[in-house]
Design a protein around this ligand. Structure first.
Ligand code: ZN
Length: 464
């Protein structure tokens, strides 16, 4: 897709006393950014004359590879125990209740505030796995892309980098089971979904967003439908799918096909670098090996997976086999780079009763290795030139607070470890996306308006 971002901004130069470059930390780095928001040159050991001075260490902003923005509205509201054993499936009932009430205005206000919060916590771009398509009755809006365009509007107001993934969702379970009432706002046939995609091509180009698409899951799309869409839709752009999040899903898939979900996927679909497999929690050793060999990205959402009681991804084995991974905030119980990466590492420690599980070898920083891994996997999963401070990449950067005592004395990889394992979200001070400052000194230019609209949306949802 041609890059149609407006070329109105002026070129700028940023000088960082320390910056994380593709080959490691460098000092006195001069970063020149052109009028399209793309990094033109990166020069270490360079003077600061005429440049803006970064207020602390500079790193690539983190891509967020999995989001359902509307779910932010119900974060914290599904933490009351029910009559029986609570699981993902009882949480999903609460989610359907929220979904039944959301208007386009609500969706936009919720997503805008969420995207600002995510940038304040170190994310620079997001893949929105968007399945809330239709009105409350399940009918098309006058504009079939109404809800998708609300997401694009939220990205534009907040300034976050967007990969939009409209989701094909047609069934309630394996074998093409008819959808139920709670799913009415999600459902498409092939023809309707292809029309939505056709409409969103120009809309995304105009918004400077990347367009991919998603199959909701093997529960929600039949093999015939997946093959038809793969044949009919453009072959570029990311392709995501939820898979093997829950043991029940594994059991249902075996009952349907005789195979585990990931085993079925690798046997029947052309899984390669284009694909991002969201969760992949219940993967056996053979499936871990096939996923690592495929070049697909494992889309991990550790905070949501912990909240929902999904299980623990086999990240140690997967990394040892060279697998790609990235992080997403999914249901947004905690919009934070720190919480995702920390939960990823800590879940492995708790399971294995050992420390420092995801370092790439002896004497290496866990923080640096998982940050690098999630940058690379996230960039691949979003299909955007991001995730590195290098010429040709979009200038999406995080500036940590150099005034903080931890940061003031930290050098090189200790900067990442102090951020992820000590300071937390408040380490993030400024965030640039596409060459423009979106967060400055922990504030967004439109914080007041965005907060007011969000408060109205949450109030309205509580009343309905
Ligand atoms: Zn999800």
């Amino acid at each position: 897709m041609p890059d149609s971002r407006p070329q109105l901004q002026s070129a700028r130069t940023l000088h960082a006393s320390r910056a994380l470059l593709p080959h490691g930390w460098a000092e006195d780095v001069r970063i020149e950014i052109d009028g399209t928001g793309t990094i033109a040159t990166v020069t270490p050991d360079a003077p600061s004359s005429g440049a803006e001075i970064a207020a602390g260490p500079v790193l690539p902003a983190m891509p967020n590879l999995h989001s359902h923005a509307f779910q932010r509205a119900m974060a914290g509201l599904a933490e009351v125990s029910g009559a029986g054993s609570d699981s993902f499936w009882t949480w999903r009932e609460e989610m359907y209740r929220t979904v039944g009430e959301i208007t386009p205005e609500d969706a936009q206000a919720i997503a805008t505030r969420l995207y600002v919060d995510l940038m304040k916590a170190g994310f620079g771009s997001i893949a929105e796995f968007h399945y809330l398509h239709h009105d409350k009755s399940g009918s098309l809006y006058a504009d079939r892309a109404e809800m998708s365009k609300r997401i694009l509007a939220a990205a534009r107001t907040s300034g976050i980098g967007m990969t939009l993934l409209p989701v094909f969702y047609a069934h309630a379970n394996f074998g093409g089971v008819a959808p139920h009432e709670g799913q009415r706002r999600f459902i498409h046939g092939i023809d309707g979904f292809e029309r939505l995609m056709a409409e969103l091509g120009p809309a995304c180009a105009e918004a400077g967003a990347t367009l991919g698409y998603a199959f909701h899951s093997l529960r929600a799309a039949t093999p015939e439908e997946m093959n038809e869409l793969l044949a009919g839709l453009p072959e570029n752009g990311p392709l995501h799918i939820h898979i093997a999040e829950q043991q029940k899903e594994v059991d249902d898939c075996i009952a349907w096909s005789g195979k585990r979900p990931m085993q079925w996927l690798f046997d029947h679909m052309p899984v390669d670098e284009r694909w991002c497999l969201i969760h992949a929690t219940h993967a056996d050793p053979a499936e871990i090996g096939r996923m690592a060999a495929s070049g697909a990205v494992a889309g991990l959402c550790p905070a949501t997976e912990a909240n929902l009681g999904d299980g623990i991804f086999e990240a140690v084995t997967y990394r040892a086999e060279g697998g790609w991974l990235g992080i997403g905030t999914d249901s947004h119980v905690s919009p934070s780079v720190v919480e995702e990466l920390r939960t990823l590492e800590y879940s492995q420690r708790l399971r294995d009763e050992h420390r420092n599980r995801l370092a790439n070898g002896p004497h290496r920083s866990v923080g640096r290795d998982i940050y690098d891994a999630a940058l690379a996997g996230g960039a691949q999963a979003l299909g955007q030139p991001i995730g590195a401070i290098a010429p040709g990449k979009i200038a999406s950067l995080v500036v940590l607070d150099g005034d903080d005592a931890f940061m003031d004395s930290a050098r090189d990889d200790a900067i990442v470890d102090r951020w992820l394992f000590a300071l937390g979200d408040r380490a993030v001070r400024d965030v640039m996306v596409g060459g423009q400052w979106r967060i400055r000194d922990r504030r967004h230019e439109q914080d007041d308006d965005i907060n007011a609209a969000f408060k109205t949306a949450i109030r309205n949802l509580a009343r309905r």
